[in-house]
Design a protein around this ligand. Structure first.
Ligand code: SF4
Length: 194
């Protein structure tokens, strides 16, 4: 199956419709030239409405870590985005979005990644992406896994989610923006330059 065919199937997917209070809107942005793949959690409400991944304050912070502007983020063919779930999962009663439905990764992830043979660096953004990709290799949780980021390179970089909810985490763990973000910027610069 070709990448276009998988993407067409994903965009037509409504498998979670019975669980959602809204119409599913799959958001995924990859191409055959994708060499830097960003794997986050699931779209938030704003991304659900715009259809553009990371079109929100989380995206602004992520672009800052990567050292790219908005235009490069969306227009450079080497940058792709495929979250653990492609649709906004809704907001929980006590605040915050529901976690990405597991069904999405089970249905689509292997088929999609199989059509992206040129990926050189995968950003595992948040614990859900890390748990799926690293499994038992996780270091007990997101913080320990990101702390040991050098052990997973050069093809994989575990990162915290850039959500405002992690602002306190970033303050407690300044090593991320001091050590990991500069490494990420350099890798992004090198990948985009070729
Ligand atoms: S989240 Fe994934 S599995 Fe669920 S409807 Fe959207 S594309 Fe389909």
């Amino acid at each position: 199956m070709s990448l276009d065919a998988v993407l067409a199937e994903i965009r037509a997917c409504r498998a979670c419709a019975p669980q959602f209070a809204h119409e599913p809107r799959p958001v995924v942005r990859v191409g055959s030239a994708t060499r830097l793949l960003i794997c986050g959690q699931a779209p938030g409400r704003r991304v659900h409405e715009s259809g553009l991944p990371f079109d929100d304050p989380s995206g602004e912070r992520l672009r800052g870590w990567m050292g790219v502007d908005r235009r490069t983020f969306y227009d450079h063919p080497a940058i792709g985005v495929a979250a653990m779930a492609f649709c906004y999962p809704g907001t929980a009663a006590k605040g915050g979005d529901h976690p990405p439905p597991r069904r999405c990764a089970e249905l689509w992830r292997e088929r999609l990644l199989a059509q992206l043979p040129n990926v050189e660096l995968t950003l595992l953004v948040g614990g859900h992406a890390q748990a799926w990709a690293l499994g038992a290799e996780m270091r007990g949780g997101m913080t320990g896994t990101v702390r040991d980021w050098r052990a997973f390179g050069p093809g994989v970089l575990p990162m915290p989610h850039p959500s405002w909810r992690n602002t306190a985490w970033l303050k407690r763990n300044p090593w991320f923006e001091d050590e990991v973000a500069p490494y990420l910027r350099e890798r992004v610069r090198e990948i985009l330059a070729r």
